[in-house]
Design a protein. Structure first.
Length: 262
C-alpha cells in the first residue's frame, strides 16, 4: 500500500468554482501542486486568468481559466459546454463559489435570500447535474467520480453574526450533498462536504480584522485554517484514500464546532 499512489491526484481533471481567490485558490493550488489539470471558474475574469497563469508556472500540474458568473444559468451551461470541448472526463468537481450577506434581523433584505440561495445552493445542484455525465465518464472501479461541496460550520451551528441566509444556505447544501451521495453513488460518484471554519479569504477579511483574537480563542487548536488544511482535505477525498467516503460532512475548523462558549 504505497502512500504516494494512495493519495495521488496526478493527471486528474478538476473543476474548482471560485477557484481564483480565498479557499478556492487554496484548493486549486493544492491540486496543481500535485499534478492535476485544474479548471478555475468565477465571474472575475482577470483573477481567473491570473491564478491559472501563476499556478501553471509553478506546476507540475496545469491550470486553465473558464470565467463564468455562476448566479446565471446560461453562464453555468456555457461553463460546462466549454469544459466538455476541452475534456472528455471530469474526475473531481469542487463546488466552492459562494457569497455571504450580513445585516441585522430587522432590516435583512429579501434579495439576500434570493442571491445566496441561488449561488450557494441552487447552482451547486445545477452545475453538479450538468457535470454528471463527465463525472460518470471518469469513474472507474475503486476510483469513483468525486463531488466536493464547500460548506461551513455555520451550517452546523448557530453563528454569532447575523448571516441568516448564509447559514441556512450552507445547512441546505450539507443536506443536499447527503441526498446526492445516495443518488450519485449508484452512478459511481461520491458526494461529500467540507464544513469549513475560519480561513484567510475575502469573505472573512473584515470579520478577521475585527474579531481575529476572539475567533482564534474559540478554536480549540488556537488558530485559523491554512491553505494546507483545506487543500489536504480535498486531496484526500479525491484520491484512492478517500474513494469509499460518501455522504460525509468533514469539519475543517480546528474543532470550533465542538467548543462550548461557557
Amino acid at each position: 500500500m504505497d502512500v504516494t499512489n494512495l493519495f495521488s491526484v496526478k493527471d486528474k481533471v478538476v473543476l474548482v468554482t471560485g477557484g481564483a481567490k480565498g479557499i478556492g485558490l487554496m484548493i486549486s493550488t493544492g491540486f496543481v501542486a500535485n499534478g492535476a489539470r485544474v479548471y478555475i471558474s468565477s465571474r472575475d475574469v482577470a483573477s481567473c486568468e491570473k491564478a491559472a497563469s501563476e499556478l501553471t508556472a509553478k506546476g507540475p500540474g496545469k491550470a486553465f481559466a473558464i470565467p463564468a458568473d455562476l448566479q446565471k444559468l446560461p453562464d453555468v451551461q456555457r461553463l460546462v459546454a466549454e469544459l466538455g470541448k476541452r475534456e472528455k472526463k471530469l474526475h473531481v468537481l469542487v463546488n466552492n463559489s459562494g457569497a455571504n450577506w450580513g445585516e441585522s434581523y430587522d432590516t435583512f433584505p429579501d434579495q439576500a435570500w434570493t442571491k445566496l440561495l441561488t449561488l450557494n445552493l441552487q447552482r451547486v445542484f445545477t452545475l453538479t447535474q450538468l457535470c454528471t455525465p463527465m463525472l460518470e465518464a471518469a469513474a472507474e472501479k475503486n476510483d469513483p467520480g468525486r463531488v466536493i461541496n464547500i460548506g461551513s460550520i455555520d451550517g452546523l451551528r448557530v453563528p454569532a453574526l447575523e448571516t441568516f441566509a448564509y447559514s441556512a444556505s450552507k445547512a441546505g447544501l450539507h443536506h443536499m450533498s447527503r441526498v446526492l451521495s445516495s443518488h450519485l453513488g449508484k452512478r459511481n460518484i461520491t458526494s461529500n462536504v467540507l464544513a469549513c471554519g475560519p480561513f484567510e479569504s475575502k469573505m472573512m477579511a473584515a470579520t478577521l480584522e475585527k474579531f481575529r483574537d476572539t475567533i482564534e480563542g474559540n478554536v480549540p487548536l488556537g488558530r485559523i485554517g491554512t491553505p494546507e488544511d483545506v487543500a489536504g482535505a480535498c486531496l484526500f477525498l479525491s484520491s484512492r484514500a478517500g474513494a469509499y467516503i460518501n455522504g460525509a460532512t468533514l469539519t475543517v475548523d480546528g474543532g470550533s464546532h465542538c467548543a462550548a462558549k461557557l
